[in-house]
Design a protein around this ligand. Structure first.
Ligand code: NDP
Ligand SMILES: O=CC(=O)O
Length: 343
């Protein structure tokens, strides 16, 4: 009945247990399906975007600029965050506020969630006054947090049991890409919701991949971040080694930037790492969480990942030094400490 309702909007109201949002039943925009695309002009006008009510749960480093971009594009956005004060700047920009995830999903056609980790993503979706309690048939829930596949599947099941649709859509790209609307979405789940959410993903991002069944988006994100975490740890070793043998690490950063191993994060973070400053874009605690979840993924298929395992140990050491909320490039401090202990 519930799923049928999504595709049969004319079912008499008396047969429905909850009111059905027209969001998933009306043709919103000219729908585009892109496995990959670079930034394209949005097919929608500001007025069209405003006809879908959007919820946003979780206004941290990533969630705040993502919600802000939706508001600036003309979307009708309702926000919630555990720490209410983080809602205030967005309310100032025109967002509505609700005091629980349940109230947000009850009020909105399409709700995005950007939470810290599996525990918070599950709690906000499935806990007391959570998103599941307010959502219903005809609506959609898009979880853009970085979590493991099992957590995503659990949230998906509970959302879908209400008749609503679910999409996991973790993002690659950090604070600046979030501010610039240049994120990469790694989506999986209900294809209809992917298509309906596409205009909004395109406001927040530069590209989107649809990867099939729930779990594939989470897995892709964890593999990408496992590589990134190992790259950063290796870069940190290189900076310290270059200094120790009397080279100028700034020159190392320049050399790396011109060669085949060039990566934007090296040029971006190298100079501040050399100065031992770590302005937070991607918190170290989240990078260690991603390493841990990626190692769990590898374990589940007996894939050997010794480099990621070693890098994970460094992030754990850095956390034990109180660096959890610093940028993940602060992992270099774990190596400095090891160096001075041996000296
Ligand atoms: N920063 C980055 O560069 C990137 C981060 N990510 C991923 O995006 C997600 C969010 O990252 P980011 O914005 O940086 O993280 P932040 O730590 O800045 O924000 C985390 C958000 O989760 C909320 N939260 C944490 N615990 C709970 C809880 N128990 N109940 C309810 N809400 C909770 C926080 O609320 P409160 O404000 O109350 O603490 C906050 O809104 C993470 O999964 C991260 O791995 C993905 C790509 C890039
Ligand atoms: O998850 C972090 C990122 O930069 O992507």
């Amino acid at each position: 009945m519930a799923l049928c309702s999504i595709f049969c909007p004319l079912i008499p109201l008396r047969f429905r247990s909850k009111p059905i949002s027209p969001f998933l039943s009306k043709p919103l925009f000219s729908l585009s399906f892109r496995v990959y695309s670079s930034q394209q002009p949005s097919p929608s006008t500001k007025d069209e975007l405003g006809t879908v009510s959007i919820g946003f749960l979780g206004l941290g480093i990533m969630g705040s600029p993502m919600a802000q971009n939706l508001i600036k594009a003309g979307c009708d956005v309702t926000v919630w965050n555990r720490t209410k004060s983080k809602c205030d700047p967005l309310i100032g920009l025109g967002a509505k506020y609700k005091s629980s995830p349940e109230e947000v999903t009850a009020a909105c056609d399409l709700t995005f969630a950007m939470l810290a980790d599996p525990e918070s993503a599950i709690d906000v979706a499935c806990g007391k006054n959570g998103a599941v309690s307010g959502i219903s048939s005809g609506k959609g829930y898009v979880d853009v947090s970085t979590v493991d596949a099992a957590s995503s599947m659990l949230i998906s099941k509970q959302i879908k049991d209400t008749g609503a649709l679910f999409l996991e859509a973790p993002v690659s790209g950090s604070k600046k890409p979030a501010e610039d609307g240049q994120l990469i979405f790694l989506t999986a789940g209900d294809k209809l919701l992917y298509e309906k959410a596409a205009p909004f993903l395109d406001i927040m991002g530069k590209s989107r991949f649809y990867l099939g069944e729930v779990g594939n988006g989470a897995a892709m994100k964890l593999v990408v971040n496992m590589i990134m975490g190992s790259m950063m740890a290796s870069f940190a070793e290189g900076i310290l080694l270059s200094e120790k043998v009397g080279l100028d690490p700034n020159v190392l950063v320049e050399v790396v930037s011109q060669g085949a191993i060039n990566a934007p994060m090296y040029s971006l973070k190298g100079p501040s790492m050399i100065k031992s400053v770590y302005p937070t874009a991607f918190p170290l605690k989240h990078q260690q969480k991603d390493m841990r979840l990626a190692l769990g993924l590898a374990e589940s298929v007996s894939q050997s990942t010794p480099i990621a395992a070693a890098a994970n140990e460094l992030y754990k050491v850095a956390k034990s030094y109180g660096l959890s909320d610093e940028d993940f490039s602060a992992v270099i401090e774990a190596l400095k400490a090891a160096k001075s202990q041996k000296a």
